[in-house]
Write a new protein. Structure first.
Length: 169
């Protein structure tokens, strides 16, 4: 969470090559490798934010549900889980925008000129060494922005609540 990606990018690639040689599981140039990387790099911030939010939930809610006869699973799914909507939306937006806009990690793990690519890698295919097709680049960028904007519009009421809920009691 605090270590910049540029410090760990070469050890990560070396580890991916070692895993491929030792086990035969291909992590380079596959979606499995990029998904594993994003889960590993995104989990600390997500856990940190969920922890702060869950600490702000009063314990009396669980105690009252226990008195009313709820079991542990019922307490979680009927009381705690609905309360977690703001932080779920916030974590989803933060991780989603980070993953959607990331260029360096997919470039290193997936490579350029491959059938497996992310949106930023696909947009960069329209820019060559000597020629840039600006009409295609701008169209691709606009198409890439639409899903993020639509999701943000639907989730914006939860985002602010999730950002400040763990910080303010």
């Amino acid at each position: 969470m605090v270590i910049p990606f540029q410090i760990v990018m070469f050890p990560l690639l070396s580890w991916f090559r070692t895993v491929t040689v030792a086990t035969g599981i291909r992590l380079l140039r596959t979606y499995q490798g990029i998904i594993l990387s994003y889960v590993g790099f995104g989990a600390p911030l997500s856990i940190f934010m969920f922890h702060g939010f869950i600490k702000s939930i009063p314990l009396e809610l669980e105690e009252a549900a226990t008195i009313d006869g709820c079991h542990r699973h019922q307490i979680f799914f009927r009381i705690i889980f609905p309360i977690l909507k703001p932080i779920q939306a916030t974590v989803l937006v933060l991780n989603g925008i980070w993953i959607w806009n990331d260029y360096l990690l997919p470039l290193l793990v997936l490579g350029k000129g491959n059938d497996v690519m992310t949106v930023p890698l696909a947009v960069s295919n329209f820019a060559g060494a000597f020629v840039k097709q600006w009409d295609l680049i701008l169209t691709a960028i606009l198409m890439a922005m639409i899903p993020v904007i639509v999701f943000f519009l639907f989730a914006q009421k939860y985002i602010v609540k999730g950002m400040v809920a763990g910080a303010i009691k």
